[in-house]
Design a protein around this ligand. Structure first.
Ligand SMILES: Cc1ncc(COP(=O)(O)O)c(C=O)c1O
Length: 377
């Protein structure tokens, strides 16, 4: 039997056609025909005020930190259980990261802990919608309003997911998405910034175009373009956008299939949760599930290690996820020393099972039966 990998990029079949079209249009730099199609798709489908494709979610987060004028000494509240890019974007601007703990029952930021972390230097809260499941945004937005803070959603995993009916990525001033090949909708590497307040739109275009007003020039709004602000090169080639557009056209089918896989996992593993062997993902009633990921939470690091090894021996590749950033080699001495036990628990105990479009029902059954066998033994 072949190894069941953790991820397998899905190709709809149209990607190479669209890439050929992009190449034949003789415009393969940024903001070509397919970038415009992708922008339109997102603005129409989800009602985002303005979106800009970027070369990664990391870049979209870096754009957000530039747009909000994050300065040396500013404080940014971020969950410790997240990917390094969530914080690195702000650290690059000289910000101090104030790490928050996760909820006890799911990895998203514990909103009850946020207010005690706010000081006169706090500028921004960055909720991360882990596994595409919404953070409790009403509470976060109310805290932000009360203390005059920005909210940047890290929606890397959150495409096509909702909070009380509102699309994730539409709730903060800004939000960042990823189209890395491990996500639901992919372009190899790729990302997007959503801009939900008009006041940031023009400067976002400038920052994305090396600090120039080239976007306005291409629209004929100015007769020459030049250097007007700081910026970098954050826009992807239209070849990337061509690939992405083929995926977006199939988003309904992709999501339907992923949700069916997720549901199968959930139902087949439910008895193990009832017996107290593992915990399953919690989807709060304000959130939807976009089936980005299927994870289980083991009772300890040693049990997870044994399970990973057992699954590997049965040709199943299951992988853990983030390592708490407050304990990372880079930040441990800069962290204020608070314990963040829930983040540490997910670091040690969360295990992601194979999840991709082409995973078959038979494979899911094989994986869940193997997990059942592990706990029986
Ligand atoms: C929460 C989170 N933020 C940001 C990123 C960075 O995304 P990208 O690889 O597109 O830069 C990731 C990557 O998986 C992520 O999980």
């Amino acid at each position: 039997m072949e190894l069941i990998g953790f991820n397998k990029p899905y190709f709809t079949g149209k990607e190479t056609d669209y890439i050929r079209q992009a190449v034949e249009s003789s415009k393969i730099s940024g903001d070509g025909m397919f970038t415009k199609k992708c922008h339109q798709f997102f603005e129409q489908q989800y009602g985002f005020k303005k979106v800009l494709l970027t070369t990664s979610c990391t870049d979209a987060l870096e754009m957000a930190a530039l747009l909000l004028n994050i300065q040396r000494g500013d404080e940014v509240i971020v969950p410790s259980y997240t990917f390094v890019s969530t914080v690195n974007a702000f650290v690059l601007r000289g910000a101090k990261i104030v790490f928050a703990d996760s909820n006890a029952d799911e990895p998203n930021i514990d909103v009850a802990k946020i207010e005690s972390l706010i000081t006169s230097k706090t500028k921004t809260i960055v909720p991360v919608h882990y596994a595409g499941v919404a953070c409790h945004m009403d509470v976060i937005l109310e805290i932000a309003r009360k203390h005059n803070l920005f909210v940047v959603e890290d929606a890397a995993q959150a495409i096509d997911s909702f909070y009380k009916g509102k699309p994730l990525g539409s709730l903060g001033q800004l939000a960042a998405f990823s189209f890395h090949e491990t996500k639901n909708i992919i372009s190899g590497e790729g990302g997007m910034l959503t801009i939900n307040e008009e006041q940031y739109v023009q400067r976002a275009e400038i920052i994305r175009e090396k600090g120039t007003n080239r976007s306005q020039f291409f629209r004929g709004e100015v007769d020459k373009y030049g250097w007007v602000d700081i910026g970098s090169s954050f826009l992807p080639s239209d070849i990337i956008a061509a690939f992405l557009y083929a995926q977006l056209e199939n988003i309904t089918a992709i999501q339907k299939k992923r949700k069916a896989i997720w549901q199968n996992y959930y139902e087949q593993l439910k008895p193990l949760e009832q017996q107290g062997n593992i915990s399953l993902p919690v989807i709060p009633d304000y959130a939807t599930n976009n089936a980005h990921m299927f994870y289980i939470v083991c009772s300890s690091l040693s049990e997870r290690t044994k399970l990973v090894d057992y699954l590997k021996s049965k040709k199943i590749n299951a992988v853990f996820h983030y390592l708490s950033l407050h304990k990372s080699p880079y930040y441990t001495n800069l962290h204020d020393g608070r314990d963040l036990p829930n983040a540490d628990r997910f670091t040690d105990s969360l295990l992601r099972l194979p999840m991709y479009f082409e995973l078959t029902e038979t494979q899911v059954s094989y994986i869940t039966e193997t997990i059942h066998a592990f706990f029986k033994a």
